[in-house]
Design a protein around this ligand. Structure first.
Ligand code: DAH
Length: 340
């Protein structure tokens, strides 16, 4: 075959293949055309490739270049035909299948994270007891996280190794140190600083401590803080509120046990144990607001008294659902989260 004949054949091939692919009305016709033109063994493209190999060596580069162009065009045309038929098929199938009387497919709906569910329930329960929701920042200064809570500079709770201190822009500009709050008790101060007694609030949110994660520790977890300040508030009020909170949350009889403890911002201070279905678990700390704290926010400890408590939200949620590893809540494995 001469070079001229080769080019002629090649153009004929290109035009014919493109035309046939475009005209194919179904997949069978397209497949037949594919075998004829692009078939690996004896398709027309294959024959042209052989003819190319037999051209004089001097003609081959020029012929080869055009050969590749035409091959690409034809392959493109084939793919376009495939896509066109595929779409046609889909359209006709869905027209066939559409039955307006069949109930629709329900899209899979997510739901709230178990910790969020617990938080919503706690807010609702405490709301019924007259506690409104207060909020504070997760990045705190030392005044709100420690100082105003009667935690002096030498107190071990302030150890930099036990807190997430931050190098913030404000500190770099000469402001005081900032840290991720280690407790929601910070919000007690923020509320009392801007509000006169009586106070009846809860604060809910994340707190941070550099603990190594294990089944009962996570460097980030949630607390619910309660604060009530008024005339004649007593520990009996505290215990009653905690029992009502526990019984509403667990939907059953709950006992509250106080164990003597120490917190710088309460006096006296207690650890709270809750028993539900015959098992005691430790829920957090509480006490009567220390007069030093009341004074720090400009309240008169001779006029008002208050109780405060802080509970671990994961603990409540774990106890309710029988979860035995706090890390499950934050692994984001849908198979776990779906169960709630
Ligand atoms: N802030 C304490 C903690 O994180 C818990 C706590 C104890 C909160 C006593 C209180 C309280 O409000 O009165 O360990």
């Amino acid at each position: 075959m001469s070079l001229q004949e080769f080019f002629q054949e090649l153009e004929l091939f290109g035009a014919a293949a493109t035309q046939r692919f475009a005209a194919a009305e179904d997949t069978a016709a397209l497949e037949a055309a594919r075998i004829e033109f692009l078939g690996a063994r004896s398709g027309r493209l294959k024959q042209l490739q052989k003819a190319l190999g037999q051209l004089p060596a001097a003609d081959r580069p020029q012929a080869g270049q055009r050969f590749h162009q035409v091959r690409q065009q034809v392959e493109q045309a084939f793919k376009a035909a495939q896509a066109r038929l595929c779409q046609q098929q889909r359209a006709s199938r869905s027209a066939e299948l559409f039955d307006p009387t069949v109930p629709g497919l329900r899209p899979p709906l997510g739901h709230l994270h178990p910790i969020t569910q617990t938080i919503e329930q706690l807010k609702e329960i405490m709301g019924r007891l007259g506690f409104s929701l207060a909020d504070g920042p997760e990045v705190e200064d030392e005044w709100h996280n420690f100082e105003a809570l009667n935690i002096p500079p030498e107190h071990p709770a302030r150890d930099p190794l036990d807190n997430f201190y931050l190098a913030t822009a404000s500190q770099l500009a000469g402001g005081g140190p900032m840290l991720l709050r280690s407790q929601t008790s910070t919000v007690q101060i923020r509320v009392m600083e801007r509000q006169k007694p009586p106070v009846r609030i809860i604060a809910v949110g994340r707190v941070y401590r550099p603990d190594t994660p294990d089944p009962t520790h996570s460097p980030m977890f949630h607390q619910i803080e309660g604060l009530m300040v008024d005339r004649h508030v007593t520990m009996a009020d505290l215990k009653t509120v905690l029992r009502m909170l526990g019984e509403s949350y667990f939907h059953g009889e709950v006992h509250i046990r106080f164990r003597p403890s120490f917190f710088p911002f309460t006096e006296p201070s207690v650890e709270i144990d809750m028993s539900w279905q015959g098992r005691w678990i430790e829920m957090g700390g509480a006490g009567m607001v220390d007069p030093n704290v009341l004074r720090a926010v400009g309240y008169d400890p001779e006029q008002v008294s208050g109780f405060a408590f802080g509970l671990g939200i994961e603990r409540l949620c774990m106890r309710q659902h029988g979860v035995d590893d706090i890390r499950e809540f934050f692994r984001n494995d849908v198979r776990f989260l779906q169960q709630f």
